[in-house]
Structures are given as C-alpha cells and as structure tokens.
Design a protein around this ligand. Structure first.
Ligand SMILES: NC(=O)c1ccc[n+]([C@@H]2O[C@H](COP(=O)([O-])OP(=O)(O)OC[C@H]3O[C@@H](n4cnc5c(N)ncnc54)[C@H](O)[C@@H]3O)[C@@H](O)[C@H]2O)c1
Length: 250
C-alpha cells in the first residue's frame, strides 16, 4: 500500500483535503491537485511527502500538464478522486449560459477530462476512480438547475466508467455527500436552508468532511475490490426519506 499513489482533485480544502489526509494517514502517497495555488501550498505543507499540482480540471491543457507532472514525479497512479466542484444556486430564469457553463466546466467536464487523462496510468496496474457527486444529483430541488444537473450527470458518468473500465481492472464508484460545513456550503446555504436541512435529515445534522472521506477511502481501497458502478449517499439518511416535514417529527 505504501507504494500506491492517490490523486485527489480540489484537495486544497474541505472534503478533498480531508480525503487526502486520510489516504496519507493510511500510508499512501498522495497528490493534491487544485486551481487555488496559495491554499494548495498551505494544505500540502501539512502532509509530508505529498506532491502538489496546481491545475484547473476544466482546462484540457492544464490537465495534460498535470498528468505529465504526476508521471514524472510518481511513475504510477492507483486511485483518482474527482472531488473538485463548484456550487452556484439559482433558478432557471436567472441562470444564464455563462453561469450554467461555469458549473458544468468544473463539475462535469472536469471529471471527464481528469478521468480520461489518468486512464493510461490507472490501467497500467488496475485502479480505482471515486467521483464526488451530491445528494443534489439524486434528488431534484429548487435552485439546483445547473448544480443538480451536473451532479446527476456525474452519477451516470460513473456508471459509464464502471461499464467500460472493468475490463482493464479499473473500478469506478460515486459518493453523494449530504450537506457538510465547507466553504462551498457556507457560500450557498442560507440560515433558512440550514434549518430546513436539519429537519429533512434523519440524523438531524450536517456531516463532517471526515465522514465523507471515510466512504471515499473505503470505495477506493482493496476492501471494496468487488464494488464498482455504485452510488453511495453519505448524507445522514436524506436520500432515503421522502417526506421530511418538520411537523411529522415526534
Ligand atoms: N459541502 C457540501 O455540503 C457538499 C455536498 C454535496 C457535494 N459536495 C461536493 O463535494 C466536493 C467538494 O466540495 P467541498 O464542500 O469540499 O468544497 P470546497 O469549496 O471547500 O472545496 C472545493 C475545492 O475544489 C477546488 N476547485 C474548484 N474548482 C476547481 C477546478 N476547476 N479545478 C481545480 N480545483 C477546483 C477549490 O479551489 C477548492 O479547493 C464538490 O464536488 C462538491 O460539489 C459538497
């Protein structure tokens, strides 16, 4: 396990950094990739031996350059976690094409581009891809016209990857987090949204970055060696409950 290399996108903070920290604690070599060079440097400094790569996952040239760096520095890749994501909540009428594209560029195109670029290294020994979608990709709601659609596409992209890449020994699975107090969530969750989430979630709280990272690490690990094409919600029960009316709580 010590020789294995894990690349995590959007690893400068939040769920990505928690995932990198957990893989690092398991003794794996980690590559932290993010477009925010400053925050990335601070994050990488906390994980001795980690490689940091500044890259925007939505820009093909930068993705190709990033993989060249990984190949030259590590010589192999075993696990890819497509975690980089942006959130932008707004109704259909106010989501102009630029806003739509901004969400799709990172959340969907980024997963496609990174997976494709990593394929030669991953398929050399067999490996695992874990894509991070969202409960917003499982359940439609207001204001998620772009975000929810991008995440639903990531869920299907995962299944496409599993169908196609099993033959070359690559497993692909998807984690759908519920709300977690990261910079991304703090920017789009108003106090009203936060209260409503508590009411709708059986565990009655937000998750932590670490709780999401644990699921990602399990799906990527050898312990999940016969699991591929699966979508796992780490969401406090939100996805499995249809009627979350506060008045129905005892
Ligand atoms: N926090 C939540 O409540 C929540 C819920 C469901 C799903 N998610 C998903 O989890 C993932 C991580 O979210 P988070 O909450 O940790 O967010 P975050 O904003 O704290 O971290 C996201 C990281 O991704 C990086 N990033 C964004 N766009 C990028 C790009 N194009 N190229 C490279 N790096 C880029 C950012 O710089 C940042 O470091 C996202 O895909 C998000 O959609 C989060």
């Amino acid at each position: 396990m010590k020789d294995t290399v894990t690349l995590i996108t959007g690893a400068a903070r939040g769920i990505g950094l928690a995932t990198a920290t957990l893989f690092h604690a398991e003794g794996r070599r980690v590559v932290l990739l993010d477009r925010d060079a400053e925050e990335l440097a601070t994050a990488a400094a906390t994980l001795p031996g980690a490689l940091s790569v500044t890259c925007d996952v939505s820009i093909p040239k930068q993705v190709a350059q990033a993989l060249t760096e990984v190949e030259q520095s590590c010589g192999r890749l075993d696990i890819l976690v497509n975690n980089a994501g942006v959130a932008d909540f707004g109704p259909l009428a106010e989501t102009d094409f630029a806003r739509w594209r901004r969400v799709m560029d990172t959340n969907l195109d980024g997963v496609f581009l990174m997976s494709q670029a990593c394929l030669p290294l991953l398929s050399a020994r067999g490996g695992a891809i874990v894509n991070i979608a969202s409960i917003s990709g499982l359940r439609a709601s207001t204001l998620r016209i772009a975000y929810g659609t991008s995440k639903a596409a990531v869920i299907h992209l995962t299944k496409q990857q599993a169908a196609e890449l099993g033959e070359v020994g690559i497993r692909a699975n998807c984690v759908c987090p519920g709300p977690v107090n990261t910079k991304l969530a703090l920017a789009v969750h108003s106090p009203e949204i936060r209260a409503a989430y508590h009411d709708a979630i059986p565990l009655n709280r937000y998750g932590t970055e670490r709780e999401i990272a644990e699921v990602i690490c399990f799906l990527a690990s050898e312990r999940a060696s016969f699991v591929t094409g699966q979508v796992v919600a780490s969401d406090g029960g939100f996805d499995s409950t249809g009627v979350g009316l506060p008045a129905l709580r005892t």
